[in-house]
Design a protein around this ligand. Structure first.
Ligand SMILES: Nc1ncnc2c1ncn2[C@@H]1O[C@H](COP(=O)(O)OP(=O)(O)OP(=O)(O)O)[C@@H](O)[C@H]1O
Ligand SMILES: [Mg+2]
Length: 247
């Protein structure tokens, strides 16, 4: 059997910002179709930088981020077609209803095939009740906006999904629903890369967990390798281990 090709590849990915700050230092990892990869790490570890490199929001200093084999900084438009992205603070139109936002962003992405019923179905799938569909987003809670953002990314039907702290600000029930949604997207074969501070949920949903510290990937383990492990303890160990080295 042919080995599947990774959908997302960080290959020696390095970013030194203009002010000299080395935010990512030759980081390499892969995310395969049907996998959830969770990036853990403290504030400033480089998680958002890694995601922004996949999106080509910023250029790598060295190495590259590839989506389905396409280097994002070399062929950004081709790469972007294969990516759906939900940021921590979803940017949607506050004066539009959920249905209007979905229609606007689907058309913006070149999709004119969707009916109002399709929009309703995807909104229900992400857990937005019928009653909310025709309400303007400015009256939405953060969790509801997040769901709307995820609905838009589902409509894009991209093979890779990038999520920067998707569960931050979600109440426990919404976070659980969100994890179930990720699982159903994984079943569809999506490759999902997410950053999170939620160790508990990372262990629950992730097929692979990576821990970042000061721009380095200091630990990476598969679900199998984490069975019976206390991820929280490991996390602290890797953080303090690193601190000991630099002390
Ligand atoms: N535009 C920028 N210019 C200069 N330095 C930056 C820029 N963006 C981020 N950094 C720095 O790069 C490092 C990594 O930041 P990044 O935002 O990627 O971390 P993070 O892991 O996402 O953190 P958090 O958990 O707080 O979201 C930090 O030291 C940060 O100060
Ligand atoms: Mg971040």
């Amino acid at each position: 059997m042919e080995t599947p090709r990774p959908m997302l590849e960080a290959d020696g990915l390095t970013k030194r910002y203009e002010d000299g700050n080395l935010a990512l230092d030759h980081v390499s990892f892969d995310v395969y179709p049907g996998q959830v990869y969770a990036m853990l790490g403290g504030n400033g570890a480089g998680k958002t930088t890694a995601i922004n490199l996949f999106l080509n929001f910023i250029e790598p200093t060295d190495g590259e981020a590839r989506v389905d084999g396409i280097a994002t900084h070399k062929e950004p438009l081709k790469a972007k077609e294969k990516l759906a992205y939900v940021s921590e603070n979803v940017m949607l139109y506050p004066n539009f209803t959920a249905l209007q936002n979905l229609d606007f962003f689907a058309r913006l992405g070149g999709n004119t095939k969707y009916s109002k019923d399709d929009y309703r179905q995807v909104l229900l799938r992400v857990g937005l009740e019928e009653e909310a569909h025709n309400r303007r987003l400015k009256g939405y809670s953060k969790g509801m906006r997040q769901k709307c953002g995820i609905a838009i990314s589902i409509l894009k039907n991209a093979p890779a999904i990038l999520l920067d702290e998707p569960t931050s600000g979600l109440d426990p029930k919404a976070a659980v629903e969100f994890i179930r949604l990720l699982e159903s997207l994984r079943e569809e074969g999506k490759a999902i890369l997410m950053s999170t501070h939620d160790i508990f949920r990372a262990k629950e949903v992730a097929d692979v967990v990576g821990i970042m510290n000061e721009g380095n990937l200091v630990m990476q383990r598969s679900r199998e390798e984490l069975v019976g492990e206390d991820l929280e303890k490991l996390y602290v160990e890797y953080m303090t281990g690193y601190m000991d080295e630099v002390a």
